[in-house]
Design a protein around this ligand. Structure first.
Ligand SMILES: [Zn+2]
Ligand SMILES: [Zn+2]
Length: 246
């Protein structure tokens, strides 16, 4: 499968770069993971959004869903050829108000995932892990059935040890590395060191630092994580258009 970073900032878009969004592709399937601020414009540069098969959302914070409304307009108003009449948007239904907004006439429909069940989504099996965050949020593990290649997306979370088992031996781990050091005050994301710790304990092949802060050079985050992981574990930071094939 091929993973393209469309947006990687946490909190708000900055310097013409979007917040959380990733395009996950196999030969015949296009899945959008999160749809943050600026993601629709970035998606348009890679594929026609009418060619999406599905969207899946980790949680309902604005930096992960801000462009859902304009994506719905795109599907409603754009006269191009759609891959299917209505686009399913998968989200959790623990927040009924936000879940209901995934419905839009002649455009998209809300589809609930059950975090206790494996979701069969086109060529993928998706499993879920509830994270530690001020609102209900789910990390996701995507496994392509045909190749058994997998990646884990932590969504937004403070450090939880359950993430280690959840990400065990995955080909790629994408973490929300929003901090260089322990912040003062509340902490709802990972530090670079915590991302590295999860990666090494879970024996992943590759680590991608994402959900980045706007005010820290990302190579600094990478060097902190690299101090923790063995040299054969690849560590990179997310940037727009970055493609990882696993
Ligand atoms: Zn976020
Ligand atoms: Zn969040």
């Amino acid at each position: 499968m091929k993973i393209t970073v469309l947006g990687f900032y946490g909190g708000y878009p900055y310097d013409n770069q979007a917040t959380s969004g990733y395009l996950i592709q196999t030969k015949n399937y296009n899945l959008l993971l999160d749809c943050g601020s600026g993601v629709l414009l970035k998606l348009e540069q890679v594929i026609d959004p009418l060619q999406l098969n599905a969207v899946i959302l980790s949680h309902y914070h604005a930096d992960h869903i801000a462009d859902v409304g304009v994506l719905q307009h795109y599907w409603q108003l754009n006269p191009g050829v759609k891959r299917q009449p209505m686009l399913p948007i998968y989200g959790h239904n623990k927040d009924q108000d936000n879940f209901a907004k995934l419905n839009w006439p002649n455009s998209t429909f809300a589809a609930a995932y059950d975090p206790n069940q494996t979701l069969k989504l086109g060529p993928f099996d998706v499993t879920f892990l509830e994270t530690k965050h001020p609102v209900t949020a789910y990390a996701m593990r995507f496994t392509e059935r045909e190749t058994q290649r997998s990646f884990v997306f932590t969504a937004d979370t403070a450090y939880i040890s359950a993430m280690i088992g959840f990400a065990d031996q995955t080909d790629l781990l994408i973490t929300d590395t929003n901090f260089l050091d322990e912040p003062n005050g509340p902490k709802w994301h990972l530090t670079a060191a915590e991302s590295g710790t999860i990666a090494v304990k879970a024996r992943v092949k590759q680590l991608l630092l994402s959900h980045l802060p706007q005010n820290i050079q990302p190579d600094k985050l990478v060097s902190v994580a690299k101090e923790i992981v063995p040299s054969d574990l690849i560590v990179n930071y997310a940037s727009t258009g970055k493609v990882i094939e696993i």
